[in-house]
Design a protein. Structure first.
Length: 199
């Protein structure tokens, strides 16, 4: 999803301020150069957050998880420029999901865990997102039930996401991701206003 005009892109590229290398390109370089090096580490309180043990993954393991997840998202119908909503704590699956969604050509918007139906529903309506990925339960709250109530076409739990990431890599068709494609949508809000998107 490219939001800048061709005129602005050409201007900044011509000045040397913008390049053509993507975050996916940099990740692939690191994975190829250092496959056994540690790539990502869970926070030590992961068991308290989501009830599963903390892990660390090498670049090889992390890259396999990115590819497996991207392939499954495409199989489930994720198309270029589709937006995926996620509500996960800062665990390895969230870091992986940013890359996997981008690899599939989509845009990830990660929402704070404390947001509930009003804010999540607003994001869903504004973005037209069809896929919602969330913690199964966190601090006694059922995120997947909320996602279904809000009408997302697909709701994927953390347990399902982890299983996909740790599974085999399915067919992964080439998807063109340009350095000018946005990578994520972030949100901000004031005390008296609706959320606003910042790419």
């Amino acid at each position: 999803m490219i939001l800048h005009s061709r005129q602005w892109i050409d201007h900044y590229v011509g000045e040397g301020r913008w390049g053509q290398r993507t975050l996916l390109d940099q990740f692939e370089h690191n994975r190829d150069a250092n496959p056994d090096r540690e790539a990502v580490v869970d926070p030590p309180d992961r068991p308290d957050l989501v009830g599963t043990p903390a892990r660390s993954l090498s670049y090889r393991e992390f890259g396999q998880a990115v590819d497996a997840t991207a392939a499954e998202l495409i199989r489930r119908g994720l198309a270029k420029d589709d937006i995926v909503v996620a509500q996960l704590p800062n665990i390895w699956e969230l870091a992986m999901l940013y890359l996997a969604v981008a690899r599939a050509g989509g845009v990830l918007t990660a929402l704070p865990l404390q947001w509930r139906a009003t804010d999540v529903g607003y994001v869903a309506e504004l973005t037209g997102a069809r896929l919602y990925i969330a913690a199964d339960h966190a601090k006694g709250f059922d995120y997947i039930a909320m996602g279904r109530t809000l009408g997302f076409e697909q709701c994927l739990s953390l347990a399902e996401l982890t299983a996909i990431a740790e599974g085999p890599v399915g067919p992964l068709p080439p998807v063109t991701v340009d350095a000018n494609d946005i990578f994520t949508l972030c949100w901000t809000s004031g005390t008296e206003s609706s959320l606003r998107a910042c790419s």
